[in-house]
Design a protein around this ligand. Structure first.
Ligand code: MN3
Length: 201
């Protein structure tokens, strides 16, 4: 019985064009995200305790996962949680600038939005191989970190409010080896109101 399910995209596959192309969205959501969910459900087969937990709770409590399935669970529950967030923090006709308390926190933590974006891109560019760049909430301020593979800052007790996927599958069809161009374009689809909501929690 499949416990975890891929959430539907909150917009059309083509909604993020021209910044993120339609085919990348189709493969990324329908194939990559779906595979994480399938593999997670397979790994949890027969483990009623873990099956009754939310995906976020499993991410936060990997120590409760039996060792023989821990790596599979880590990779695939991470992939599921990371992508479930990723679809939400992007939107059509988005980008621009954050407002309110989130804008204030960016200003106090990074001086201004340009410096914030610069540091985020450095973290994303500096991640060797596959992984993510993240903005985490640390009290009333913000920090930028990056993780390898499908790890999530919640695995270290941190609260991510946004994350950028820098696996090649997120950009290779349109941008090939040009990760920097993908990241520069990505700001045009960043859904600041959704990120502000996560910051407010
Ligand atoms: Mn991905």
């Amino acid at each position: 019985m499949a416990k975890f399910e891929v959430p539907p995209l909150p917009y059309d596959y083509a909604a993020l064009e021209p910044h993120i192309d339609t085919q990348t969205m189709q493969i990324h959501h329908d194939k990559h995200h779906a595979a994480y969910v399938t593999n997670l459900n397979n790994a949890l087969e027969g483990n009623a305790d873990l099956q009754s937990m939310s995906a976020e709770d499993i991410v936060k409590n990997l120590n409760k996962v039996p060792e023989n399935i821990r790596t599979a669970v880590r990779n695939n529950v991470g992939g599921h949680v990371n992508h479930s967030m990723f679809w939400q923090i992007m939107a059509a006709k988005a980008g621009g600038e954050p407002t309110g308390a989130l804008a204030d926190a960016i200003k106090s933590s990074f001086t201004d939005l340009a410096s914030f974006k610069d540091q985020f891109q450095k973290a994303a560019m500096g991640r060797f191989g596959s992984g993510w760049a993240w903005v985490i909430k640390d009290g009333s301020s913000l920090k930028i970190v990056s993780t390898p593979n499908q790890d999530n800052p919640m695995m270290d007790g941190q609260m991510p409010i946004m994350g950028g996927d820098v696996w090649e599958h997120a950009y290779y069809l349109k941008y090939q080896n040009r990760r920097a161009d993908y990241l520069a374009a990505w700001w045009n689809v960043v859904n600041w109101p959704e990120i502000a909501k996560r910051f407010g929690k």
